[in-house]
Design a protein around this ligand. Structure first.
Ligand SMILES: [Zn+2]
Length: 82
């Protein structure tokens, strides 16, 4: 067995895709458990059941928002503060 020096990357529980820092640090707001899902799988879950989550908005990157997001920057309606 080889021991790698690089830090272990976390993979999506559903599709085994590597998670970004943002995805890997997303937690369930109530249980504090890491969600460990990529954006796509998370969205699927989220649209099904609205999980309360805590995420690190400071870690979000362009990779985390690769879906065609329409530009609605003018008025931030959903500015939730946790
Ligand atoms: Zn996934």
């Amino acid at each position: 067995m080889e021991i790698r020096k690089e830090e272990p990357k976390i993979k999506c529980l559903c599709c085994d895709k590597m998670l970004t820092d943002f995805e890997a640090t997303r937690k369930h707001a109530v249980t504090g458990m890491f969600i460990d899902l990529c954006q796509q799988c998370f969205k699927t879950v989220q649209s099904d059941s609205h999980l309360p989550t805590k995420d690190r908005q400071d870690l979000i990157s362009a990779d985390d928002m690769d879906d065609s997001v329409e530009e609605e920057d003018d008025n931030h309606v959903d500015s939730k503060d946790y």
